[in-house]
Design a binder for this molecule. Sequence first.
Ligand code: FAQ
Length: 354
Amino acid sequence: MIRLLPGAGKHVTLIPNEWSVGKLVTMTTTHAAEAPPPHAPDGLQEHFDATIARDQRIEPRDWMPDGYRKTLIRQIAQHAHSEIIGMQPEGEWITRAPSLRRKAILFAKVQDEAGHGLYLYSAAETLGADRDDLTRRLIEGRQKYSSIFNYPTLSFADVGVIGWFVDGAAICNQVPLCRSSYGPYARAMVRICKEESFHQRQGYELLMTMMRGTAAQREMVQDAVNRWWWPSLMMFGPPDDASPNSARSMAWKIKRHSNDELRRRFVDMTVPQAEKLGVTLPDPELRWNEETGHHDFGTPDWDELMRVIKGDGPCNDRRMERRRTAHEEGAWVREAATAHAAKQAARARKGAAA
Ligand code: FAQ
């Protein structure tokens, strides 16, 4: 169990036992030594099915059904885009952080998110996707990114609440992805989850500091909690009966749990943390259910989720405009890197010929 952050003489469990990263990455991998013999041309589907059934991993060299490849590219690309767009809401506070220490922490966190995006784009490339093409699809609105990043960050408490809720939800959703059936995605998730856990703790620590401050600071925290709670629950996606991709993704062991299951785990994990922090989660229906052993909670506004996904959230236009501008302004870096690579390749050719 990961116990951290002494708060008012007590300890708060940020990540429950069964969600610790180390424990969930014990999935068997297909090592070269134990790899099955080259499969017969007509046995490819059977080999794929058997690999999934044995809980082993599919690797880039393996044959895979088209649908599996497309589903992975869709999910991994959306995930990568989310990390990159996700730099913006908190990034807006780097210049306004209240101290050098908070600025350095925030800088490092936002930088980590860029790194996560890069690991994920690399994982998508192992499936034959082209990173430039994926970026173009995002910029042209043909690929999605997480709804959560279309909400504004109105105060510095939002930075803490994003760490606590958004990284917390990301951990609930992504730790099981460390056991995803596609090797490069699963392996990328291990490091990402470790960093997200750290992000979650920094958010919670920031909020604890603010809660020990003035009445105005406590109000800022409660206000941020009120605004981010429902959008955070929506991060897990539509309810199971309205989730067109879940059944197939779960059969392929890309996803290990349904959207509703993960949402419920997030609520169960977060309620005691809110109590320790001294904030109220804005849901009058939230209560412990002795029979189910879980919390009952209210229904998120699914119409709002659909509106935000379709581009009509409070900050969609701003986020996309910023992303587009950053891409255009980065053109010279891409050109310089390409020219440098070409020069190095020419030098290597010349050296080999000499
Ligand atoms: N926002 O059938 P399902 C982070 C779409 S990273 C936007 O249930 P699926 C780190 C969905 O794509 C956060 N779109 O889909 C961080 C699908 O559309 P499509 C991102 C959503 O794939 C922290 C349609 O609705 N995390 O936070 C959303 O089985 C702090 C139907 O939905 C990941 O991407 C939504 N909330 O399940 C960074 C994790 N929900 O593609 C900065 C990996 C659903 O058919 C600061 N992804 N949609 O056109 C997943 O686990 C899954 O893709 C789900 C959706 C659970 C997101």
